[in-house]
Ligand binder design. Structure first.
Ligand code: SAH
Ligand code: SF4
Ligand code: F3S
Length: 434
């Protein structure tokens, strides 16, 4: 028997990249690869990359620079770049870093086995097509390995929204939904392998239209035996349909957590971002969602220092955050992305943008702490995902996606346990059995 070859994958960026890395590992599994968590003894290293901000893309080149000595020492080591930097920069990557053997875009992962054979024979391989065939269909026939209780499941990919700052419509292509039967089939397969919770993924997941709406898909998934929890991310305010809002009040398996990015609280900036909603329409929408599910925890994304953002525009963002009180929110300093419409516009003074970002993050963190604190004394359900560091301690997530440590737990991994929160720590909650 030949020794299995070892594959090391490093994943950057969003949850869809996490999902894709798993699919790539399975795809190369058929070529005799097993995954390793040490780059040092790998036969192939894949970086699954993100292009969303300049820093994210530059990280890839510094990592490649660090990997180069490994390759110099072991020329049969193969290095590949996958993901959104691969899609955006293609061949340029091999020019900038000749240690790279393989470049594969997010729509071509099913072609990895042929590409691997090509690089093994000493050639380089590049594929950044948007092929017509369904990559998911080619990723089947994988071994039924046991899985962690919470899994990602891509149902939709790409985006047609073209927000003025964003590379995703270019790196992931046009919006495509997977047929609902395929999604249901994959969900059943995941459940057989121990999964209890799925997070449905899409760059614009609430625009899903795979023969059903997202709400209909969620209702169908809720009927799958053994699937206890459903989440979805990321959504656009304009695609938040009435039936999806209703599902939040009616489907117990749909968890009370929603990531609904708004990006800014200023209507002028929203317009310049090509977001096609206003601060008011967003707040009205949240009101309706909270009517359907009063305890829902909201999360969002913000861009600070978008071109032309004035002090008054920024104050409107602060005001919106005060009104919403997010349980979690992610805020980023605007980063110019070549090829996007906003790239042509004059930048806000970086020092001003930094100061705004700090103030916004301070406000968001204070809300986050207050909400964590308000959980103390309440009962929550925790899907147990792993053992803690202390004896008897188990770790998992509440329905609101809070990380919870259960002391003296009797649960096994994959159980859902009812607990009472005893303490709010910085990034987690402590709880005891009820
Ligand atoms: N599909 C997601 C977007 C993924 S990018 C969605 O539509 O919400 C995640 C977040 O990165 C975005 O919500 C936005 O806040 C931020 N982002 C995107 N492009 C950016 C840029 N050029 N500069 C700074 N932040 C950006
Ligand atoms: Fe990017 Fe806007 Fe599409 Fe989200 S909705 S992926 S921010 S273009
Ligand atoms: Fe990054 Fe691509 Fe995801 S740019 S955020 S990895 S879709």
């Amino acid at each position: 028997m030949t020794q299995p070859k070892k594959l090391f994958i490093k994943t950057y960026g969003c949850q869809m990249n996490v999902y894709d890395s798993e699919r790539m590992a399975e795809s190369l599994g058929g070529q005799g690869y097993v995954t390793t968590d040490k780059a040092d003894d790998a036969d192939m290293i894949l970086l699954n990359t993100c292009h969303i901000r300049e820093k994210a893309a530059e990280k890839v080149y510094s990592e490649l620079g660090r990997l180069k000595p490994l390759k110099d020492a072991r020329p049969d080591l193969k290095i590949g770049v996958a993901g959104c930097v691969a899609q955006a920069e293609g061949e340029e990557i091999m020019r900038r870093q000749p240690a790279v053997d393989l470049v594969v875009g997010p729509q071509s992962y099913h072609r990895l086995p042929e590409m691997e054979a090509k690089v093994r024979s000493g050639q380089s391989a590049l594929d950044t097509d948007f092929p017509a065939e369904d990559k998911f269909d080619h990723l089947k026939g994988r071994p039924k390995m046991k899985r962690a209780p919470a899994a990602f499941l891509t149902v939709q990919e790409g985006c047609d929204k073209f927000c003025a700052f964003c590379v995703v419509p270019y790196t992931r292509g046009a919006e495509v939904s997977r047929p609902a039967e395929k999604v249901l089939e994959e969900a059943r397969d995941l459940v057989e392998r121990g999964v209890r919770e799925v997070t449905l993924l899409g760059q614009n997941v609430n625009a899903y239209h795979g023969g059903m709406t997202l709400a209909e898909l969620i209702r169908a998934l809720a009927k799958v035996d053994g699937l206890e929890r459903i989440r979805y991310t990321t959504s656009h305010p304009n695609d938040m349909g009435d039936d999806l809002i209703a599902a939040h009040g009616e489907v117990p398996e749909l968890m009370p957590y929603l990531h609904l990015p708004v990006q800014s609280g200023s209507d002028h900036i929203l317009k310049r971002m090509n977001r096609s909603h206003t601060a008011e329409s967003y707040l009205k929408l949240l009101e309706r969602i909270r009517e359907a599910r009063p305890d829902i925890l909201l999360s969002g994304d913000f861009i600070v220092g978008f071109p032309e953002e004035t002090d008054a525009d920024f104050e409107a963002t602060m005001e919106l955050v005060r009104q919403v009180r997010y349980g979690y929110a992610y805020s980023f300093k605007y980063s110019t992305r070549p090829g996007t419409p906003a790239a042509e516009r004059p930048l806000v003074d970086p020092a001003v943008a930094d100061e705004r970002l700090q103030r916004l993050q301070g406000l968001i963190t204070s809300h986050q702490r207050e909400i964590q604190q308000s959980m103390v004394g309440r009962e929550v359900s925790v899907l147990v995902e792993k053992k803690g560091r202390l004896p008897g301690q188990m770790l998992g997530k509440s329905e609101y996606l809070h990380a919870v440590h259960i002391e003296n737990s009797t649960a096994a991994i994959g159980d859902i346990q009812r607990v009472r929160v005893t303490e709010a720590k910085t990034n987690s909650l402590a709880a005891v059995l009820v």
